[in-house]
Design a protein around this ligand. Structure first.
Ligand SMILES: [Fe+2]
Length: 368
C-alpha cells in the first residue's frame, strides 16, 4: 500500500486558510531542532518506522481534525508513517519531498508605512527564514531581496494592483539563491544592486545617498558595509528601514563569510561604524530585516520592531567598538551549508536546475 502525498504548495494553502489539519513530524529530535513546520506536532518515530516496529505511532492521535500530514526530511519515512496511520483508518497523507521541499514554503504579512503612500508586504520563506519585501505606492512596486519563485511576487503584486518596476538586493546573499535577476528579467523591471565588482551580470549600481523611486515614495540608500563589503540598507520615506543582513531584530550581521580571520576583524570594525549610522536614525523607525532565525507562523503578523526596541534587545549595539569587535568574533555561529557555492551562483546570477539540495538547512547570517 502506498499513501497519497500532498505538495508543499497544497499544505501551505491549508495552513494559510487555517484548515483543520494535524502536521505530524516524525524526524529525529536533533533534525527537528534545526527547523520545523509552524504548529506541527513531533513524535520521534524515525527509527521505529524504519525498522518496522508495529508499535510505532500507536499512541498518536490527531490534535486538529482527522486529517494528518506526515513529514520527514525527504518524504520517505513520512510515507511509512502515513501508511501506518491509514491502516488505523486515519486520513493521512505524506508531505512530498519532506522538509527539503518545504524550504520553499512561504506566507505573507502586510504593514502600512506610517505617514507615507507606501504599503509593505513582507514575504516570509517560512521553510528557511528568508524575508523579502514587496513595496507598493500609486500602482508601482519594488521588490527587495527576492528569495522565492518570481511567480509568487507576480501573484502578490497582482492582488494589490501593482506593477513591479524595480528589483533591489541588499547584498550578495550566502544562504539562499537570489531570484532577483530572474524576477527583473520576467517583469522588465530595473535590477538595482549596491555597487560592487563581485557581480558578473548587468545591473544598475546604487551608491550611498541615492534614492530609488517607487510611485510617490522613495527609498534612500545607506551603504552599510560589514556583513559584506557591498551591503546596503534602504530607508523608505524616512520611516521604514530594510536592513538586509546588517541588522536583525535582536542580532547583527556576521562579518566572516568569504573572509579570512584578518578580513573578518576589519569587517567587524566597519560593521560597527555602519551600525552607528543606523542607530542614529529616529528611534521609531521600523526595522525590517532579511532573515529570521525561527520558522515563520501563518499568523499574518509582520516580523519587525522599532529601532528603539532593536537597540534594547541587542546588547552588541551598546558596546564600545573594541568590545563589539572582540565579542562578535567569539560568538560566530557555524557557517551556513554550501555558502561558497551559493555565493558563486549569486555573483554569476545563475540558478541550478534543482536548488533544494543546495539551499537545505537554516539560514545563519546573524550574531546575537
Ligand atoms: Fe547575508
Amino acid at each position: 500500500m502506498t499513501a497519497p502525498t500532498i505538495s508543499t504548495e497544497a499544505l501551505r494553502e491549508l495552513l494559510e486558510r487555517e484548515a483543520a489539519v494535524t502536521v505530524l513530524d516524525v524526524r529525529p529530535a536533533a533534525e527537528r531542532a534545526e527547523w520545523a513546520i509552524p504548529g506541527s506536532v513531533h513524535v520521534d518515530a524515525y527509527d521505529a518506522l524504519r525498522r518496522g516496529d508495529p508499535t510505532a505511532l500507536a499512541d498518536f492521535h490527531p490534535t486538529n481534525g482527522r486529517r494528518v500530514v506526515t513529514v520527514c526530511a525527504a518524504g520517505k519515512t513520512s510515507m511509512l508513517a502515513a501508511e501506518r496511520l491509514r491502516a488505523r483508518g486515519l486520513d493521512a497523507v505524506s508531505l512530498e519531498g519532506g522538509m527539503r521541499a518545504w524550504s520553499l514554503a512561504w506566507n505573507t504579512a502586510e504593514l502600512p508605512c506610517p505617514e507615507s503612500t507606501a504599503w509593505i508586504v513582507q514575504l516570509r520563506r517560512t521553510g528557511k527564514g528568508c524575508l523579502s519585501y514587496l513595496i507598493g505606492s500609486n500602482g508601482d512596486a519594488v521588490v527587495i531581496d527576492a528569495s522565492l519563485d518570481p511567480q509568487v511576487y507576480h501573484r502578490v503584486a497582482d492582488e494589490h494592483g501593482w506593477r513591479i518596476r524595480t528589483v533591489l538586493e541588499t547584498h550578495v546573499h550566502a544562504d539562499h539563491l537570489s531570484r532577483a535577476r530572474g524576477l527583473a528579467a520576467d517583469t522588465g523591471a530595473r535590477l538595482c544592486l549596491p555597487t560592487t565588482d563581485r557581480i558578473s551580470f548587468q545591473y544598475a549600481p546604487l551608491n550611498d545617498g541615492d534614492t530609488v523611486r517607487v510611485g510617490s515614495a522613495g527609498l534612500r540608500v545607506f551603504h552599510t558595509p560589514g556583513h559584506t563589503p557591498e551591503s546596503a540598507c534602504y530607508l523608505l520615506d524616512e520611516r521604514a528601514l530594510f536592513t538586509g543582513d546588517t541588522l536583525f531584530l535582536a542580532a547583527v550581521g556576521r562579518p566572516d563569510l568569504e573572509a579570512t580571520t584578518e578580513q573578518s576583524r576589519s569587517r567587524a570594525h566597519v560593521l560597527y561604524a555602519s551600525l552607528q549610522r543606523l542607530v542614529a536614525l529616529p528611534p521609531e523607525t521600523v526595522v525590517l530585516p532579511a532573515h529570521t532565525s525561527e520558522p515563520v507562523a501563518f499568523d499574518g503578523r509582520p516580523i519587525s520592531a522599532t529601532l528603539r526596541e532593536v537597540q534594547q534587545r541587542t546588547s552588541l549595539l551598546r558596546e564600545t567598538e573594541e568590545t563589539f569587535v572582540s565579542q562578535i568574533l567569539t560568538r560566530l555561529p557555524p557557517t551556513p551549508p554550501n555558502h561558497h557555492r551559493i555565493v558563486a551562483l549569486n555573483e554569476a546570477g545563475t540558478l541550478p536546475d534543482d536548488s533544494t539540495e543546495l539551499e537545505a538547512g537554516a539560514n545563519r547570517c546573524a550574531v546575537a
